[in-house]
Design a protein. Structure first.
Length: 325
């Protein structure tokens, strides 16, 4: 989804060639028409996530010259909670001078920043440039001036790694902070300021400045807390985890019924932490978990059987009711 797309009505845009860093080389402008009614001249948002073929690059493109403080927004809905490893954008235009990547964990109801990019971090976003990430702030978005140059004029890339430089990344299984940090249901990219050569005061130059992206990619895995090796489509067509280890839920985030002998835990590389069935000696179909009993047992079992049948009684339905032998 894009907040601005060229072509309605049809408009002119110009691509820049040449490199201003090369002394004596002139920048050339080649102009085209963007028209949403002409298949070969349109640049719709669907081009952001189509098959990325280097020999046939397709680009989404904004309307020309939408400049700060007006911004342009791209949104990608994942349809489920994922644990993300990267977000990348491949540009057909020059990269933005300032942009923010946001994530949502609640299907777009609220957003938190993931990463800021700007040649002027302090001035634009009131954030220091390339701040050090420590264990105290590893769930905070930082700002960097990397990837914010106007060159290359086309083909530039912005790549954000969710865990790079974050101290607990090497112990991810035991870091709830980072497990939360990489979790997202939606990604939003906000382009705040265009890169220009300083000639935007001239009306004729403005159709050279716009945002255009050939590929918007997100890498990650379904959030299943280590209890599934794949996601499958449910009856409603939604993605859901194919839960193992006696777990259940959209993210395998609780134990399935009758498997309450120990508390639910996320699986790690060392331990599947599967949910364990209550021991009711086949005399009960329901049970509940009791933390006090679990601690008293030396963290071996905390299940308490409910509604013992066959005239049995006790926490495990392990003896006969009074009057029954």
């Amino acid at each position: 989804k894009a907040s601005s797309t060229c072509g309605s009505p049809a408009s002119r845009y110009c691509t820049l060639t040449g490199n201003s860093a090369d002394a004596g080389e002139e920048r050339a402008r080649v102009c085209h028409i963007c028209d949403s009614t002409a298949p070969k001249r349109q640049h719709p948002p669907s081009y952001l996530t189509d098959l990325h073929n280097p020999n046939n690059v397709t680009c989404w493109q904004s309307e020309p010259y939408i400049q700060y403080p007006t911004n342009v927004t791209l949104m990608l809905s994942l349809g489920k909670k994922f644990e993300l490893t990267y977000v990348t954008l491949q540009f057909c235009s020059p990269r933005p001078e300032s942009m923010i990547i946001y994530k949502s964990m609640d299907y777009g109801k609220s957003w938190v920043p993931y990463q800021f990019y700007s040649t002027q971090c302090k001035k634009t976003y009131q954030k220091p440039n390339r701040a050090l990430i420590t264990r105290a702030n590893e769930q905070e978005a930082i700002c960097t001036d990397a990837h914010s140059d106007i060159e290359p004029l086309t083909g530039g890339r912005v790549a954000f790694s969710t865990l790079e430089g974050r101290p607990s990344a090497f112990n991810f299984d035991n870091s709830p902070v980072l497990q939360d940090w990489v979790t997202a249901t939606d990604i939003k990219v906000v382009f705040n300021r265009l890169n220009t050569f300083g000639d935007e005061a001239e009306e004729a130059s403005r159709d050279s400045y716009y945002y255009a992206v050939s590929d918007f990619a997100v890498g990650g895995r379904c959030k299943c807390n280590g209890h599934a090796s794949k996601c499958v489509h449910d009856r409603e067509g939604r993605l859901s985890c194919d839960c193992k280890h006696n777990t259940a839920g959209d993210e395998c985030d609780h134990c399935k019924p009758f498997h309450y002998d120990r508390p639910w835990q996320r699986a790690t590389a060392r331990d599947a932490n599967e949910c364990i069935a209550c021991n009711c000696n086949l005399h009960a179909r329901r049970c509940r978990f009791n933390m006090e009993l679990y601690k008293l047992s030396g963290r071996k079992g905390g299940g308490v059987c409910l509604n013992c049948r066959h005239n049995t009684a006790g926490r495990h339905c392990h003896y006969c009711k009074s009057g029954y032998v």
